[in-house]
Design a protein around this ligand. Structure first.
Ligand SMILES: [Zn+2]
Length: 511
């Protein structure tokens, strides 16, 4: 790293010398001034990477803490993996993580924003306040053993097809590493772990952001298990989730159909409009729907019909535009079919507001720590999964993606909502073989064995090291916040939610 500073200075000085003498700055003292300035600039440019290459004692201690607690963190992840509880039913998972945090000395507040499975664990006092998110909800129908062939653990049961078992436990490990440094008097400020349920449905963070629980946080961090490793510089898609209902008039479909007005006709005309509109929306926009009610039997003119529709784009402003047009289509369809229509927003999330200053910190720490090494058995396991899923057989990703040129992938997350309230640094770490599909059995399989464990601990260390940077280097924290304020401008987060509490599942069904 020192070599690159020297190279920078030498190159800068030689390019100064190559400027023709007649236009070079005049006096010797002025030339000296320029030389010193260039040297200072080179030092400044390299200061971030030098600090990452020469990690502080505290940073090393935070990473060592994760090594010391690694068996516990892995055990937490494996238990959440086995519980495999879906959105807002994560009772055992949330209690496991909250209980562990409490046992480690965090102050724990259970039940946030009307969600019994949301919690906040905090330690320390005053500024800066650094927060880290954890998720722990599973996906329906993805039950899978930790094997390289598709084999459900319990047929039809949920499984961790998005790796949130690792997300929840890994983030808690990072928070614990910071807590220990604050406790030892090595860092000053507050660490918060946000237990955020229901990412896959409902959007727990959207309710939490609506209720202001992130408002006083200086910087938030999150990560996600994936098939590659990188400090994320690309956004996620903004989306809105709406229900469009039509109400008609029931009648006997053969005896007096003229007395009926079909709600299903309303749905058909509406969706025809939606599909014609596709030709006239931006290529970045997505509309997808399902008909969730369309009458019961053919001989009754349907009185009620219902469409569930999502609109997405990389920009929330485009989503707003789509929503306004979808509203008009619903109104128009009701007029044409002499029915009535209503549109209600159920949920949604904003696009992730990326933060390059933060991504650089994450990236420096990824580089310093280095990709985990995989054993021959793990490599075989990864390749077997790739063969089973018909993807290129190349094992685990062996590199850290650069900050430039990252390809955006479709999808939305409620982390996006948080990123408009507090600057949010986002990391992706490989816990599954390169190229294997997400929300599918391979993610469940590797998330329950050593490949997933290694990725999770690597993520925890990177996040902890980056948090140490934010506590120890006020200038870095200031850069992250300045970029956030500049990008956010005058826009203030407003949740895509109806008023009122989140839709909790029936208490009886905590399976
Ligand atoms: Zn996920």
């Amino acid at each position: 790293m020192h070599g690159s500073i020297v190279r920078c200075i030498v190159e800068a000085q030689s390019s100064l010398r190559s400027i023709p003498k007649q236009i070079r700055l005049g006096s010797a003292s002025m030339r000296r001034f320029v030389a010193v300035t260039v040297t200072m600039l080179c030092l400044l440019l390299h200061v971030g990477s030098v600090q990452a290459a020469n990690p502080s004692v505290v940073k090393r201690a935070a990473v060592a803490s994760i090594d010391r607690h690694s068996a516990e963190i892995i055990h937490l992840s494996d238990q959440v993996w086995a519980f495999a509880e879906t959105a807002l039913r994560e009772h055992r998972s949330a209690e496991l993580l909250a209980g562990y945090a409490q046992a480690q000395g965090f102050r724990v507040e259970r039940g946030i924003s009307g969600m019994p499975t949301a919690f906040l664990a905090s330690f320390g006092e005053g500024k800066p306040i650094i927060g880290i998110m954890g998720e722990y909800d599973a996906l329906p129908g993805l039950s899978q053993q930790a094997t390289a062939t598709k084999a459900p653990l319990v047929q039809g049961a949920p499984g961790h097809g998005c790796g949130h078992n690792m997300f929840g436990a890994g983030s808690l490990g990072a928070a614990l590493a910071i807590k220990e440094q604050i406790e030892a008097g090595k860092l000053k400020g507050t660490i918060r772990y946000y237990g955020t349920p229901a990412e896959e449905a409902v959007g727990g963070k959207t309710y939490m952001a609506r209720d202001g629980v992130f408002d006083d946080v200086d910087v938030m961090l999150a990560w996600h298990p994936g098939d590659r490793t990188m400090a994320d510089t690309v956004s996620s898609q903004a989306m809105v989730d709406v229900i469009v209902e039509f109400k008609g008039r029931s009648a006997h479909a053969a005896y007096d159909p003229w007395n009926g007005r079909s709600a299903l006709d309303g749905v058909e005309v509406f969706l025809h409009g939606v599909n014609l509109m596709r030709e006239h929306i931006k290529p970045s926009s997505r509309l997808h729907y399902s008909i969730v009610a369309g009458g019961d039997v053919p001989n009754v003119v349907p009185e009620n019909a219902k469409v569930w529709l999502w609109a997405r784009d990389w920009q929330r402003t485009e989503v707003e535009d789509l929503l306004a047009r979808v509203r008009k289509l619903a109104e128009g369809a009701a007029i044409m079919t002499e029915t009535s229509s209503s549109l209600s927003v159920q949920a949604g999330s904003w696009e992730l507001l990326t933060n390059l200053a933060g991504a650089r910190l994450l990236n420096d720490n990824l580089q310093w720590l280095g990709i985990p090494k995989y054993s021959a058995e793990e490599d075989q396991f990864a390749r077997a999964i790739q063969r089973a899923t018909g993807t290129d057989v190349m094992g685990m990703s062996a590199s850290i993606e650069s900050l430039e040129g990252q390809e955006p992938e479709g999808g939305s997350t409620d982390v996006g909502d948080v990123s408009w309230v507090a600057p949010t640094l986002h990391l992706t770490v490989a816990t599954a073989p390169r190229g294997t599909p997400s929300h599918a059995w391979p993610v469940v399989a590797t998330g329950g064995m050593s490949i997933g464990h290694k990725g999770m601990l690597f993520a925890a260390k990177t996040l902890a090291a980056t948090m140490v940077d934010l506590y120890e280097r006020p200038a870095s924290l200031k850069d992250v916040r300045a970029e956030f304020e500049k990008k956010r401008g005058d826009v203030r987060f407003k949740a895509y939610l109806p008023d009122g509490p989140p839709p909790l599942p029936a208490a009886a069904s905590h399976e």
